[in-house]
Design a protein around this ligand. Structure first.
Ligand code: HEM
Length: 492
């Protein structure tokens, strides 16, 4: 047997590491170089070599967040993360984030080349559109997040929170330890579903929906190979069945509404009444898909971020006390939309919870050949914005970046002193979260109502960790003991 040359060894290594990338490279070199200047002249980003077939999956699996922070320190603000079938190029600087997120015509796309197939199979929602078509879809839906609609949503949500939180008195009576994250879920889902569909859902319906949303979220996270792969056998955890079940359920709600002559002021009605500039409505199929996406994005995200906030808040007793003081200013009344401006500290506590929660990577597909930070970004590359690393980077957040300190979001001078795009819980650019205003509304109302009624104790020394799937909730839940606020202080 002849010994392999170093170049041949390198080729075999790359073939085992990244077969898709190798095939693409072979095609490109057959087409010949397209000139030496521009993207092709720039070097490819540095990064770890990774193992044959596996890339850096073992390292990512063992400590995904810490690993990306470490790679940022080793390789700088642009580096390559080798995964089995493709590489991700990670951009760890707000200027690079701006470069990617400020494109308006799909140059960096959320779904990339898979959008066409996804739309054929699922129907089209905002997430699957870019450029002019995306703007045409998003514009008629914006009244959902306008002041008028949000003040209605606030009334519905506050009312449902009040009902559900009354049920928490039993925890205060027994003093048992609960999973706070699970219980928050039980408060937020029914409130969100009422805001969306007006109707109340049975506990069984809420449970079914919740399991299906989780399944879909989990399968959306699977390209990073961190959690369990999607289950393909029939039963809970099968994403195809979950999608079809949710679709049937939402379709029934849409058909019932179309057959109903009464007027509604919920989110579904705005979706059905939405008209493009030429007066045409959104197709029935796409209305259903948009509604499913709203459900998918609309409550699990809020639950996870609230769980992180409440898990971290007790680490800063002064911040916690300031929240009680702010909530006391409401005089025990049920908070409304008009009160949100008086709940600025609650908002800062929530943002600080979201900062330390952080998601691993916000993806975008490069649909152009480009150069970022002096490195070549090939068309088709999956680019990842490391939100967690950006949101804990001492360059922007100071030496105490790991500490829970809501003043960072409350003090306007501190906010103005750091770059905008180092805090990205809602993403950025044209696809920035459609429901961010509603997310804040739910969070502020929940924190206010919870602290009007209860005190939350978290075991000393316990610290939250990430569940490795969207929307990155707290792994294993949040252990807590709930006690009632003394009667003199509670005026609700
Ligand atoms: C704390 C709460 C929330 C968080 C952390 C959150 C986070 C996000 C993120 C990270 C994105 C992707 C942005 C990007 O790719 O740049 C997104 C998109 C989206 N979110 Fe949210 N979200 C929240 C609440 C909501 C709510 C309440 C709704 C609906 C009522 C909602 C609906 C959507 C929709 C429809 C999109 C897709 C937008 C598009 O592709 O144009 N989200 N959200």
């Amino acid at each position: 047997m002849y010994p392999m040359t170093a170049a041949a060894q390198r080729d075999v290594y790359w073939l085992t590491r990244n077969p898709v990338g190798c095939a693409r490279q072979a095609l490109r070199s057959r087409r010949g170089p397209q000139g030496s200047r521009g993207p092709r002249a720039a070097p490819r980003p540095p990064g770890p070599r990774g193992r044959p077939f596996l890339g850096v999956v073992p390292e990512l699996k063992s400590d995904p967040f810490g690993y990306l922070q470490q790679l940022g320190k080793t390789y700088g603000d642009v580096y390559r993360l080798p995964l089995p079938l493709y590489d991700v190029v990670v951009l760890n600087h707000p200027d690079h984030v701006r470069h990617v997120m400020s494109h308006r015509d799909g140059e960096y796309s959320l779904i990339g080349a898979a959008a066409g197939a996804a739309r054929k199979v699922l129907g089209a929602s905002m997430q699957m559109m870019e450029g002019r078509e995306f703007r045409r879809r998003r514009k008629p839906l914006t009244p959902m997040m306008g002041r008028q609609q949000l003040s209605r949503v606030a009334a519905t949500v506050a009312d449902e929170f009040a009902n559900r939180l009354t049920g928490w008195e039993r925890f205060a009576q027994t003093g048992e330890s609960i999973d706070l994250q699970h219980e928050i879920n039980g408060v937020v889902i029914p409130a969100f579903m009422r805001a969306m569909f007006t109707m109340g859902l049975s506990d069984a319906e809420l449970h079914r929906l919740d399991v299906d949303v989780r399944t879909l979220m989990q399968s959306a996270s699977s390209p990073l190979l961190l959690g369990a792969p999607p289950r393909m056998l029939p039963g809970d955890g099968n994403p195809v069945q979950a999608w079809l079940r949710m679709r049937r359920w939402v379709k029934r709600r849409v058909e019932e509404r179309l057959a109903d002559s009464r007027s509604y002021d919920d989110l579904l009605q705005i979706l059905l009444d939405a008209r493009y500039e030429d007066g045409t409505p959104i197709s029935r199929r796409d209305v259903i898909t948009e509604a499913i996406m709203l459900i998918g994005g609309g409550y699990e995200t809020v639950v996870a971020a609230l769980a992180w906030t409440l898990a971290l808040l007790p680490q800063n007793p002064q911040a916690q006390q300031r929240l009680y003081d702010e909530v006391d200013q409401l005089g025990g009344a049920l908070p409304s939309y008009a009160d949100l401006d008086r709940l600025e500290w609650a908002k800062a506590c929530f943002d600080e919870g979201q900062r330390l929660q952080g998601l691993l990577l916000q993806p975008r597909f490069a649909m152009i050949d480009d150069v970022i930070g002096g490195y070549r970004i090939r068309r088709g590359t999956l680019v990842g914005l490391p939100i967690y690393a950006l949101q804990r980077d001492p360059r922007w957040w100071g030496p105490d970046a790991e500490t829970y300190e809501p003043i960072r979001f409350y003090d306007k001078d501190i906010v103005a002193a750091r770059p905008n795009l180092v805090f990205l819980p809602f993403g950025a650019g044209p696809h920035r979260c459609f429901g961010a205003a509603m997310g804040y509304l739910e969070a502020q109302l929940f924190l206010a109502q919870l602290h009007q009624r209860f005190r939350i104790q978290i075991p000393v020394g316990w610290a939250p960790e990430h569940d490795p799937a969207l929307p990155w909730p707290v792994k294993g839940g949040v252990p807590a003991v709930v006690t009632k606020v003394p009667v003199a202080a509670q005026r609700i």
